[in-house]
Design a protein around this ligand. Structure first.
Ligand SMILES: [Mg+2]
Length: 236
């Protein structure tokens, strides 16, 4: 019987990746109106990857960076990679204005949480890097509120901690007197969400748009490659 569910926020409850790529697409269209839409889509997804690289760097090395610094760094590295001349500061600032517009809680997650019993199952949001205020303003844009959760946990409240964090998961177990085996972590990142939860003895669900197939064992790989389903796998 599951007594506690810990939902990762970024990329699980919210549409971070879609919002990032969509906002980059919008700004690229303005800056490069002559480019074909397939090229714009490719560039926007590349920019998303450079953004995440910058975001990780900020977590590890430059905790004082604001979002705009992260965007500028990522855009700068992308422009150098593509050898594109760009007013990086202006591009990053224009992008930052529209980024927030597209960020939301996935409606299917909002209805899933609403459907779950109010009592008996504690529900947590576990966010990396967003303050509690950021999370609350995101929830406000959906049908969810703070009351739908037992606690909103942010790495920002634990100085020096980032995901993966055994310390934060252990804090939660102790505070709510939960046994690890009675908890489930739902996340989109093996290293940040799934692995530490599993090591502590929790149940885990990985949710991701980016995985075509999942293999628990090496000997499943060759059979998968030869399968009909594999050849039908769509490219993005
Ligand atoms: Mg995530």
């Amino acid at each position: 019987m599951i007594k506690g569910i810990i939902f990762d926020l970024n990329g699980t409850l919210d549409n971070t990746n879609q919002a990032i790529a969509r906002a980059f697409l919008e700004i690229l269209k303005k800056y490069f109106p002559a480019l074909k839409s397939s090229q714009l889509k490719k560039f926007s997804e590349e920019l998303m990857i450079f953004f995440w690289q910058a975001d990780k760097l900020a977590d590890l090395k430059y905790p004082q960076w604001e979002m705009i610094d992260i965007i500028k760094y990522g855009v700068g590295k992308w422009a150098a990679f593509r050898k594109i001349k760009l007013n990086i500061s202006q591009f990053a600032e224009d992008y930052n204005i529209i980024r927030k517009k597209y960020l939301s809680i996935k409606p299917e997650f909002a209805s899933l949480i609403k459907k779950m019993p109010k009592r008996g199952i504690m529900k947590f949001v576990f966010s990396q890097g967003n303050s509690k205020t950021d999370v609350l303003s995101l929830l406000e844009k959906s049908s969810l509120t703070e009351k739908d959760f037992t606690e909103i946990i942010s790495t920002k409240s634990f100085p020096g901690e980032i995901k993966p964090s055994i310390k934060i998961l252990s804090y939660l177990l102790k505070k709510y007197r939960l046994k690890a085996g009675d908890c489930l972590v739902v996340g989109d990142d093996i290293l940040a969400d799934i692995m530490p939860a599993k090591i502590l003895g929790m149940r885990t669900i990985l949710i991701s748009d980016y995985v075509d197939f999942f293999a628990k064992k090496v000997d499943q790989i060759y059979a998968l490659i030869k399968s009909k389903a594999f050849s039908k796998t769509k490219r993005r």
